[in-house]
Ligand binder design. Structure first.
Ligand code: HEC
Ligand code: HEC
Length: 148
């Protein structure tokens, strides 16, 4: 599989935003075709393609400066697959779901109404390569203006 490129991530993030709106709608549908690939999607649409989902996942990992194992539980040694991706055993996975809801609300309830620059919040807006965002203000780049 090819590595996600920035364009893929950007696409995936906007896809996710659109997907959020579809979640409730999808949940309301009684029966739907199950591709059978993913088993525990609570926020992404059930019919998301493999590449779209993995593109989002790589975006998460990059934004947080982690690998998949930060949120996904490992299978016992010797298993065919290294990870049990559907498992919710790692609390970080559910934190990530809460973050997804937060990002969705920030974009839809607030930014969509006031974003003349066309920007939306992504995981990277806050995380920038850290699991816990760095909340220190940037260092002063220039001395403060002299008193008048
Ligand atoms: C920051 C946490 C986080 C990281 C890092 C992460 N994931 Fe995920 N992953 C999630 C969440 C949250 C879900 C469930 C999304 C939902 O409920 O719709 C998920 C779901 C999945 C699923 C679907 C499992 C199923 O059957 O329901 C796969 C596959 C997956 N991730 C693969 C990966 C891969 C591969 C990586 C590394 C490139 C990765 N993830 C990195 C949080 C993460
Ligand atoms: C508005 C800023 C903001 C955005 C946007 C944001 N986060 Fe966070 N995130 C935080 C803060 C702050 C914390 C630390 C909370 C704490 O004090 O424990 C955090 C914590 C986390 C953690 C737990 C970190 C750990 O200790 O392992 C995960 C996982 C996470 N975020 C995933 C995401 C994902 C995935 C996205 C994008 C869908 C996202 N975040 C978007 C602010 C943000």
């Amino acid at each position: 599989m090819k590595l996600a490129r920035p364009i893929v991530i950007a696409l995936s993030v906007s896809l996710f935003l659109a997907a959020c709106a579809a979640v409730q709608q999808q949940k309301a549908q009684a029966a739907r075709a199950d591709t059978g690939e993913f088993h525990n999607l609570q926020l992404f649409p059930q019919n998301i393609t493999h590449d779209e989902l993995i593109g989002n996942m790589r975006g998460f990992a990059r934004a947080l400066g982690t690998r998949c194992d930060h949120c996904h539980a490992a299978n016992p040694p010797g298993s065919k697959e290294q990870f049990d991706f559907a498992s919710d055993a790692k609390p970080e996975k559910n934190v990530a779901r809460a973050m997804l809801r937060m990002v969705h609300a920030a974009n839809n309830d607030y930014l969509a109404k006031v974003n003349p620059h066309g920007q939306m919040v992504t995981c990277n807006t806050c995380h920038r390569g850290h699991t816990v965002p760095d909340t220190n203000a940037p260092a002063e780049s220039a001395p403060p203006p002299p008193p008048s």
